[in-house]
Design a protein around this ligand. Structure first.
Ligand code: SAM
Length: 287
């Protein structure tokens, strides 16, 4: 039974170790068992899984993950949490702690050390100041992950799941949806954490596509096209792409016209499939 999620237990660990929260590391520790259960049930962790956890804190999620997973590798940046984790998780023999920055870990060599697992999942209550870089890093590396189930700021979860034409829709939405199918599991209010964050949170589950939903000649060009289209949202697509790629407007207009897009089309109304067609059009123009 996971114990650390109990607020009294968490406070006891924090007091005993005289732990001081560090704002710069986005430390908000989970103290709500029903949220913990939701994370575990959506990620469907079982003994065949290798789980990578980013930012274990005092080990609240880690403890529960170790009880269900085959093996758990947790990456924690804060020196002060290392001895605490060694103590709180001392009874777990299917757990390895990496002391370091999750943005600098070599995930391929980490996975090579655990070849016996074919199912790899990421589960975390992420530090909010680096949510997007961490997720993009994991997705862009094309690691053989089955799913990513993470606590993020609610606003970021809404952006990942947004539909074309809405204010939340943007480059993050398209990148996440290129690699995965996002589902918002649950909204999580500030009182589920110690200390309480200033924003609402949400658990989001990304199941990674085996095959990307669109195919393009050059995926890097697709992401450049998306980036330029959303860099200046108020510009028309032709203007945004012309200044981004240094392509003549008339050539872009002709290409978009041949794909039946109106002259004044804006990126924020286009789907991933639209961007794939346009990126292939740009590829041709650049030949
Ligand atoms: N998993 C714990 C929980 O749910 O209670 C703690 C979550 S807390 C939101 C985020 C954790 O990430 C903290 O323990 C923090 O020290 C750690 N962290 C922050 N930046 C990190 C980084 N770059 N690499 C690894 N861990 C990091």
């Amino acid at each position: 039974m996971a114990k650390l999620v109990d607020s009294k237990e968490t406070i006891a660990v924090l007091q005993k170790t005289n732990f001081q929260f560090k704002k710069q590391f986005g430390q908000n520790f989970l103290i709500d068992s029903s949220v913990l259960e939701h994370i575990l049930s959506f990620s469907e962790i079982n003994k065949n899984d290798l789980v990578i956890e980013i930012g274990p804190g005092i080990g609240t999620l880690t403890e529960a993950l170790c009880e269900r997973a085959g093996f758990v590798v947790a990456i924690e940046i804060d020196d002060k949490l290392i001895p605490i984790l060694e103590e709180t998780l001392s009874s777990k023999d299917n757990f390895k702690l990496i002391h370091g920055d999750a943005l600098k870990v070599n995930y391929l060599s980490l996975l090579a050390e655990h070849k016996e697992f074919s199912s790899i999942k990421v589960v975390a209550n992420l530090p909010y100041y680096i949510t997007t870089p961490i997720l993009m890093d994991l997705l862009e590396k094309r690691l053989p992950l089955k799913s990513i189930t993470v606590m993020v700021q609610k606003e970021v979860a809404l952006r990942m799941k947004a539909a074309p034409g809405t204010k939340d829709y943007g480059a993050l939405t398209l990148a996440v949806q290129y690699y995965s199918n996002p589902v918002i599991v649950q909204e999580v209010p500030p009182h589920c954490f110690i200390p309480r964050p200033n924003v609402s949170s949400a658990v989001i589950h990304l199941s990674l596509h085996e095959k990307t939903p669109v195919s393009v000649q050059n995926p890097a060009l697709l992401f450049k096209t998306i980036k330029f289209s959303f860099m200046q949202r108020r510009k028309t697509l032709v203007n945004a792409l012309s200044s981004g790629f240094h392509i003549e407007k008339k050539d872009l207009q002709a290409m978009l016209g041949s794909l039946s897009y109106p002259e004044n089309v804006r990126g924020e109304t286009l789907s991933l499939a639209d961007f794939a067609l346009i990126a292939d059009g740009i590829e041709e123009l650049q030949k």
